[in-house]
Write a protein that binds this ligand. Sequence first.
Ligand code: PMV
Length: 320
Amino acid sequence: MIVSARAPTKVTLFGEHAVVYGYPAIVLSIPEYVVVEGVRSDKFLLRSGPVYLNKLSIIIGENAIHVARDTESDLVRYFSYVLEAVRSLGLNGLEISIKSRLPVGAGLGTSAAVTVGTVAVASKIAEMNLTKKEIAKIAWEVEKKVQGKASPMDTFASALGGALYISKAGSDWNIRRLSVENLPLVIGVFRKRKTTGELVKMVNEKLKEIKVIERVLETIGEITNEALKALENKDLALLGELMNINHGLLEALGLTNKEVACAIHSLKQAGALGAKMSGAGYGGAVIALGDDLDSLVSVMRSCGAEKVLKITSLSNGVEY
Ligand code: PMV
């Protein structure tokens, strides 16, 4: 019997990079899904469906791992997440198929969605009755194991859905679901020119060398807290202004490139209430808030976005 789950991806609305230093962030779960299907088996088999852009098949036997993939695909990067997720639920075999139309590594949280979807599917096959929160916690542990370090932002957004305010007190993370169901947003995905690791390291080096960077990160934290109030009050004009200011500071940290700068400028000219890069930067996702979403879609395309998504409602988390 095939068991399936749909796990949503996410965008960071406020607070990326600053969140690495313990400042808060706001993340939105978006209705753009990764689909995971599983069948009980005595071996591991991971593949992707033919109708989707990325193709991957991995077979792990007792003593051997076989990986077959098309040359363009980087779905193979999900392999360790899937394997760790399956193992963490105590299963020693499973056939898993992953279907995703989104580029890997663009800051949309696809690896977290794959992890959440796999945990949901594997837990159903293992006949465990897990809640979304339990799935989120297990998926976060999987991410920490695979990456060495991970905030709960992406896994909780994918599992729980909606808009989440993430903050840190000491070494504990607090996650609060906000009462926001929709936001008129356009997301443009641009070719990413640097990795998240490189960009996090770059900010860290600047922080050590330039005293004022600490104030920049602290100010991003303050903007996130002001945005939290604007979201709760449904004040989209203020929210847009705060996105612009947050973007200005990310730009000051050196996190934009020509395509992103072009998009931000043109989106504002086309009437966006606010526009900012989202995620690690230097390409990847750009988000714009506005009334006339179709004109923002055209702007994203004309500035070179490889994929454009129009978002009018948030996702409700993993479906399984
Ligand atoms: O990998 P991305 O593009 O989702 O960005 C990660 C967000 C950072 O704040 C830059 C890093 C982090 O671990 O939170």
